[in-house]
Ligand binder design. Structure first.
Ligand code: B3K
Ligand code: ZN
Length: 898
C-alpha cells in the first residue's frame, strides 16, 4: 500500500555496495553565473565487492550534458536523463571525462553550485554534488580531488576549494585560475568551492605536533570587524580536540567562509567549511550572548566533523547519526568545557540544561508525531528531511550514554579504537558501537535498540522504604506509552538505560549509596544503575532514614521519568538537590504541573489561581545569592508554551498562553521588589565582556526585565526598558529591552515607546542583515493583542522592502518565527495563521524545497490539537498537498495526513 502511494521510498535494508568505485577526480570549472562549464575526469573501476553491472549509472540533476570520453576517446553510449547519465557497456577500469553545464545564477535551491551576493558557493550534502557534475553521489564512494577554478579576476578575485593550494595565476582576457588539491579521500558531499570578492582574517597557529597551520575566516569586506570571535572559537576547537580526544588538524590550511544565503547553519566541507553568516559574524553591537555561544558551538561542531564525519564517514545516509549524533555530543562537551572546564559542575550544568530543554521541546515532539523515526532511520523519501532533532540531538544523547556507562576514559578508549579501525573508511553506527563495546570489554547488543527503536521511552518509578530493615527499593519499569502504529512497529524490547540516581536525606544532603550485595557504600553519592529489563528493582541497604530520590541525574538517558512527587518534595529538591540539573528539573516539574492544571482550567473557562507555595519556591530561587545568575535565569524561566501544549491530552495553545501569562503576571506582581533588586544588581556596566559570567548577569537581569514588563502597571518597566535600550552598548541588552517594550505595550494595544524603539532599531542597523533578521523576528514573536493580532503585523512586514523570501535567514526570521515560535498567535481560532502558513509553504516550495519542507513541519502535530483547531489545520495541509511539487514537502505533508 504505502509502496504504491510513495514509490520512491529508499530503504536501509536495500543497501548494496556501488558497482563501480571512483578513485580520483579532477575537476575544472569555468565559472560564469548563468553558464558554468564543468569538466570532470575520473578514474573509475569495477568494485570487486559488488555484483556485476555492465552499465555505469551516474547521478545528475539540473545539468546540461555536453560530452563524454573514455580513455581520451569520445564515448557515444552515454545517455543523459532526468536523474543522471547512463554509460552502456563500460570497461573494467578506465578514465572517464565528462563535460556538462549548470546555471548557478538561477539556482534558488541553494543546493549544488549557486550565486549569493554576486559570489559563487556550493552546498553538496546530502545530494548536491550531482547538481554540479555527474557522479556516484553517495558517501561510500571516496576519492581524492584536484580542482581547478577559472573565473574573471575582477569579479572573483578569490578562488577557494578543499585542501591545499597548488598554484594560481593569470589567464588571457582578464581571467585567472587557482588549482587546489585535497590529499584526503573523501565522499562527494564534502566537496566545496567558493569564488568571489572576499577578505580573510588570518592567523597562524602551531598544532600539537608543532606543525604550522594557516587559519582563515573569509567574509565580505564590510564584515571583517565581526570575525574575531569565530577565529577564537576555531583556535579553541583545535586545541580542545587535541586535548580531549588526541585528534589533530590534518591539513596545512583550514578555512571558514561566511555566506548570507544558506539553508542551514554550516557545512563541514574538508578544509573549507562554509557557514551561514549567522554562525560567523559577531561583535558586541550586532550579536547577542546567545549568538556568541552559538557561533562557538557551530564552529566547534564543523571543525570536529573533520574527524567524526570526514576522516571516518558514513557508509550510507541511514547512518547519518554516526557523524551527527557524535559530533553534536562533541560540540556539547566542548561548550561545557569552555564554560566550566572539567570540574565546575554548576557551569557545565547550565549547558546541559539548555541542551536538554531543546531535546525535550523539539525531539520529544518529533518522536510523538508522524515524522517519528529511529536515530538510524529505516526509510526515507528525501534524505534532507532526516537532518532531524532525532538524528542530531537524540543521537547525541545516545553517544553520551556510552560515556555515562564507561566514564570519560572508557569513552576515550572507544573513540581511539574507532579511529584505529576505521580511519579513511565509510562505516555504520554498528561499527561505532562495536568499537565502544570492544574497547571496554562489554557486550552492547542490547544497546543497539537505541538506534532502531523510535519513540520516547518512559520510565516509571516506584519506591518503598522499609524502616525496620533500613532498605530502600527502587522499582523501574520501562515502556513507550501510547505510540502510533508505525512507531510501535520499531519497538522490539527493553533498552539498556543508564539511570543515574541519588538519595537525599531530610537535611538536604546526599545519603551514602550501597546496593544490596555490595560490601560498602560507594564513594560517589550518585549511582548509574544499569536498567536493562522491562521491570527491575534496585535495593539500597543501610538507608538510615527515608530518602527522597533524585532521579535520572544530569539527565542520564533521553527518557521521560514518571514519579509521583508532591509539590513540597519538588520544592525541597529545588532547594537542595546536589545535582544542579535535577535542581532545575524539580522547578520545571513544579511549574509544568501547575501550568497544566491552569491551562486545563483556562480551556474550560474556570477562573485561575496560583498556590502561594509555588510563588514562594520561585522567590527562594530568585533571592538565593549562592546560585549562579545563569542557573537562576534558567530556573526562573517557565517551560515554553510549545512544550506545555505538547503535554496536554489535547494541545490548546490559547489556554496554555493564558495560563502561562497568568503565572508570569502573578510572579511579576508578587515578587516585584525582588525582580527590581535583581535587575539593579546584575547590571554589567563598562565595556562588554563575552564571558559566561557576564552573560549570566545579563541573562538574569533581562529575565527580570521581562517579568517586570508583565506588571499590572508596566510604567516602571517601560522606563527601565527605554533607558536600557538607549544606553545599551551590546545587542543582548538592546534586543532584550526592545522585546520588553513590545510585550509591555501589547497589553495596551501598542505604545509610542515601543514603536519609537522599533523604528530606531531599524535605522541603526539597516546595513546589518543579521540584525534586521532580529527586527523581523522580534515582531513576529511578540505577544500581540486582540486589537492588534500578530498575523496582521506579519502580513504587513511581508511587503517591507527589506523582506526577501529567497533568503532563508530572512524567511525564517519572519515566517518561521511566527509559525513555529508564536503558538498563541499562530493558532488563532479563525485559522488565519494556517492559511498564511499554506501560502508560504507553497511559495517557498517553488524557490527552495529544503526550506519549504522545514516550514511544512510546523503543522505535523495537528492531530494532537484541540478539535476546534484540527479542521483548519487539516484543510491547510490538504491545500499544500494538492499544490506542492517537491519531494521534500510532499513527504512531510503526506506523512502528516496519512
Ligand atoms: N552536515 C551539515 C548538514 C547538511 C544538511 C543537508 N541538508 C551540517 C552539520 O551538521 O554540521
Ligand atoms: Zn554536523
Amino acid at each position: 500500500m504505502a509502496d504504491t502511494a510513495t514509490p520512491n521510498v529508499i530503504r536501509r535494508a536495500d543497501y548494496a555496495p556501488p558497482a563501480f568505485l571512483i578513485d580520483t577526480v579532477v575537476l575544472e570549472f569555468d565559472l560564469v553565473p548563468e553558464r558554468t562549464v564543468v569538466r570532470n575526469t575520473m578514474r573509475v573501476r569495477r568494485n570487486p565487492d559488488a555484483s556485476h553491472a555492465s552499465n555505469l549509472e551516474l547521478m545528475g540533476e539540473q545539468l546540461e550534458f555536453v560530452s563524454a570520453a573514455i580513455d581520451g576517446a569520445p564515448f557515444a553510449n552515454a545517455h543523459a536523463h532526468e536523474h543522471g547519465l547512463t554509460l552502456d557497456n563500460v570497461p573494467d577500469n578506465f578514465e572517464l571525462t565528462l563535460t556538462s553545464l549548470c546555471n548557478p545564477a538561477e539556482n534558488t535551491t541553494l543546493s549544488g553550485l549557486y550565486v549569493s551576493g554576486g559570489n559563487f558557493f556550493t552546498q553538496c550534502e546530502a545530494e548536491g554534488f550531482r547538481r554540479i557534475t555527474y557522479f556516484l553521489d553517495r558517501p561510500d564512494v571516496m576519492a581524492t580531488y584536484t580542482v581547478t577554478l577559472r573565473a574573471s579576476k575582477a569579479d572573483y578575485p578569490v578562488l577557494l576549494s578543499n585542501g591545499n593550494l597548488l598554484e594560481e595565476g593569470d589567464l588571457p582576457d582578464g581571467r585567472h585560475f587557482a588549482r587546489w588539491e585535497d590529499p584526503f579521500r573523501k565522499p562527494s558531499y564534502l566537496f566545496a568551492l567558493v569564488a568571489g570578492k572576499l577578505v580573510a582574517l588570518e592567523e597562524r597557529v602551531k598544532s600539537g605536533s608543532g606543525k604550522e597551520k594557516l587559519l582563515q575566516v573569509w567574509v565580505e569586506p564590510h564584515d571583517l570587524d565581526k570575525t574575531r570571535h569565530a577565529m577564537d572559537s576555531l583556535i579553541n576547537s583545535i586545541r580542545w580536540d587535541e586535548e580531549r580526544f588526541g585528534l589533530e588538524l590534518d591539513l596545512d590550511r583550514f578555512m571558514i567562509v561566511a555566506v548570507s544565503d544558506f539553508n542551514m547553519g554550516a557545512m563541514e566541507n574538508k578544509g573549507l567549511n562554509i557557514f551561514n553568516t549567522k554562525y560567523v559574524l559577531a561583535n558586541p553591537e550586532t550579536a547577542t550572548d546567545t549568538d556568541f555561544a552559538n557561533i562557538e558551538a557551530v564552529v566547534g561542531h564543523e571543525y570536529f566533523h573533520n574527524w567524526t564525519g570526514n576522516r571516518v564517514t558514513c557508509r550510507d545516509w541511514f547512518q547519518l547519526s554516526l557523524k551527527e549524533g557524535l559530533t553534536v555530543f562533541r560540540d556539547q562537551e566542548f561548550s561545557a568545557d569552555m564554560a566550566g572546564g572539567a570540574t565546575d559542575e554548576a557551569a557545565r550544568a547550565t549547558k546541559r540544561i539548555e541542551d536538554v530543554r531543546v531535546l525535550r521541546q523539539m525531539q520529544f515532539a518529533e518522536d510523538a508525531g508522524p515524522m517519528a523515526h529511529p536515530v538510524r532511520p529505516e526509510s526515507y523519501v528525501e534524505i534532507n528531511n532526516f537532518y532531524t532533532m532525532t538524528v542530531y540531538e537524540k543521537g547525541s544523547e545516545v553517544v553520551r550514554m556510552y560515556q555515562t556507562l564507561f566514564g570519560r576514559d572508557g569513552f576515550r578508549k572507544g573513540m581511539d579504537l574507532y579511529f584505529k579501525r576505521h580511519d579513511g573508511q565509510a562505516v555504520t553506527c554498528d561499527d561505532f558501537r562495536h568499537a565502544l563495546a570492544d574497547a571496554n570489554g562489554r557486550d552492547l547488543a542490547q544497546f543497539e535498540r537505541w538506534y532502531s527503536q523510535a519513540g520516547t521511552p518512559r520510565v516509571s518509578v516506584r519506591t518503598r522504604y522499609d524502616a525496620a530493615q533500613q532498605r530502600y527499593s527502587v522499582t523501574l519499569t520501562q515502556g513507550y506509552g501510547d505510540t502510533a502504529p508505525a512507531t510501535r512497529e520499531t519497538q522490539k524490547g527493553p533498552l539498556l538505560i543508564p539511570f543515574a540516581i541519588g538519595l537525599i536525606g531530610k537535611d538536604g544532603t546526599d545519603l551514602p549509596l550501597q546496593l544490596e550485595g555490595e560490601a560498602k557504600a560507594s564513594a560517589s553519592t550518585t549511582r548509574v544503575l544499569e536498567f536493562t529489563q522491562t521491570e527491575q528493582t534496585f535495593t539500597f541497604v543501610n538507608v538510615a532514614q527515608e530518602p527522597l530520590p533524585s532521579l535520572l541525574r544530569n539527565f542520564s538517558a533521553p527518557v521521560i521519568v514518571e514519579y509521583d512527587y508532591s509539590a513540597d518534595q519538588l520544592a525541597f529538591l529545588l532547594a537542595h538537590d546536589s545535582d544542579p540539573f535535577n535542581r532545575w528539573e524539580a522547578g520545571q516539574r513544579l511549574a509544568t504541573r501547575e501550568l497544566l492544571t491552569l491551562a486545563g482550567r483556562a480551556a474550560t473557562g474556570v477562573p485561575l489561581q496560583l498556590d502561594d507555595s509555588v510563588v514562594a519556591a520561585f522567590a527562594r530561587v530568585l533571592t538565593d545569592e549562592t546560585l549562579s545568575p545563569s542557573f537562576r535565569e534558567l530556573a526562573l524561566m517557565l517551560p515554553s508554551e510549545a512544550y506545555l501544549a505538547e503535554q496536554m491530552a489535547e494541545s490548546n495553545p490559547a489556554a496554555v498562553h493564558a495560563a502561562r501569562q497568568f503565572v508570569r503576571k502573578r510572579l511579576a506582581n508578587a515578587l516585584r521588589k525582588d525582580w527590581l533588586a535583581v535587575y539593579e544588581k546584575h547590571r554589567t556596566p563598562g565595556a562588554y565582556e563575552a564571558t559566561p559570567e557576564a552573560s549570566g548577569h545579563r541573562a538574569l537581569k533581562n529575565l527580570a526585565l521581562s517579568y517586570l514588563a508583565e506588571l499590572d502597571d508596566p510604567a516602571e518597566a517601560v522606563r527601565l526598558a527605554s533607558a536600557q535600550y538607549d544606553a545599551a552598548n551590546n545587542m543582548t541588552d538592546r534586543s532584550a529591552a526592545l522585546s520588553a517594550l513590545l510585550n509591555a505595550s501589547a497589553a495596551n494595544g501598542g505604545s509610542v515607546a515601543a514603536q519609537q524603539a522599533l523604528d530606531d532599531f531599524y535605522r541603526r542597523f539597516e546595513k546589518e542583515p543579521l540584525v534586521i533578521d532580529k527586527w523581523f523576528a522580534l515582531q513576529a514573536t511578540q505577544r500581540g493583542s486582540a486589537q492588534r493580532p500578530v498575523i496582521e503585523i506579519v502580513r504587513k512586514l511581508m511587503t517591507h522592502p527589506a523582506f526577501n523570501l529567497k533568503n532563508p535567514n530572512r524567511a525564517r526570521s519572519l515566517i518561521f518565527s511566527f509559525c513555529a515560535a508564536n503558538p498563541a498567535q499562530f493558532h488563532a481560532e479563525d485559522g488565519s495563521g494556517y492559511a498564511f502558513w499554506a501560502d508560504q509553504v507553497i511559495a517557498l516550495d517553488a524557490i527552495n524545497p529544503q526550506v519549504a519542507a522545514r516550514l511544512a513541519r510546523s503543522l505535523e502535530l495537528w492531530r494532537r490539537f484541540t478539535p476546534t483547531l484540527r479542521d483548519g489545520m487539516r484543510a491547510a495541509l490538504e491545500k499544500v498537498a494538492s499544490q506542492v511539487k517537491s519531494r521534500d514537502v510532499r513527504e512531510i505533508v503526506e506523512k502528516a495526513l496519512a
